[in-house]
Design a protein around this ligand. Sequence first.
Ligand code: SUG
Length: 417
Amino acid sequence: MLTEINFDGIIGPSHNYAGLSPGNLAATKNRGLVSHPRAAALQGIAKMRANIALGLRQGILLPHARPDHRWLDSLATQFAEAPPHLQAQALSASAMWAANAATVSPAPDASDGRCHLTIANLLTMPHRSHEWPETLAQLRLAFPGDGFAVHAPVPAPFGDEGAANHMRLTPAHDRPGVEIFVYGVSGGPYPARQHREASAAVARRHRLNPARTLFVQQSEAAIAAGAFHNDVVAVANERVLFAHEQAFADSQAFYDALRGTLPEVEIVEVPADRVSLEDAIASYLFNAQLVTLPDGGMALILPGEARETPSVWQWLQEMVAGNGPIRHLEVVDVRQSMANGGGPACLRLRVVADPATIDSRFLVDNARLDAIAQVVEAHWPDAIAQDEIADPALIARVETARRALLEMLEIVELTYS
Ligand code: SUG
């Protein structure tokens, strides 16, 4: 049976605050802080447990081999000798943000009846531009068989950041939907990471019906205010779109096109005079997981920061008290990831598929999460300060930690380091 499964990136042992993403205000503000990889990974595991407790199916994606020696090799250097900016870029644990792993079109949307996944090239940020080879290897392993088509990234110079700039609206997960690709043109002082040409290529590869595919421009104001991905200002689930008033360049044209394609759509728009773009971005209100519960109701899985932002929490209280489609708020603590600009929705990749067709090593229940947590407790560094990221002892610890996880999970095909 086709089901939505959230695959969360396990937060890797090299998680640190190097401030590598201009336009991601949290990451640049927190540059130089001491990170806590063990606590970070345990927060991610606790979020997965909260999803399971809601009755949802849960999967995992694995931390990548860091430092990325293959990437450094291709730059004709080695970690110990590389300049500090390359060391930081090679060590980043940014693959944790699984929403940037790929764009996923479930089988009911594709004319060939397959579930298509295109790996994101992430080429705008150097530290993310080398994620794709391992992401490709992982997703080819996790999604085997003819029911899936896992595509290599679209080529440069067309930037693609995956599902973070893609939304799907549908009467039900297992029915044909409308796929929405959100691209940026200009971000004021910051880069627009998702290029329209990349989105168009992904839509063609995925064999989507052009009449049920929309390309929508993200507003420049949103990118300039720190919404470096659309999933910082909008999220969709089944027939519901939840978005900030200033998320899109021309919301009215978009909403009209959407209603014309999917008449049952419900648009929950948060007005700027209730929640400013700044509050929305600081609290990550829209970087929530909007999910359908087994009883058919919808829940919003929010970061703690949303509860701590008065305008946001007040608006949410009124929303759930009203008659809208979102009935339940679930608050999770992912502060370590949040400090790098990654909220609950960034940490997961949604795939609608039959769980029986997925490599079961990538699916988790509470017992398997217990085993992962044990490896994290035993091996993940407690803290990383920026002035120790080149320390050989730290690097050895990071590499041993990931290997221990892969061995426990019996996914040794992916051991590169
Ligand atoms: O690409 N942060 C990530 C956060 C990604 C969030 N994902 C979604 N919105 N879906 C980024 O900016 C910071 C890492 C550092 O600076 O070390 C970073 O890459």
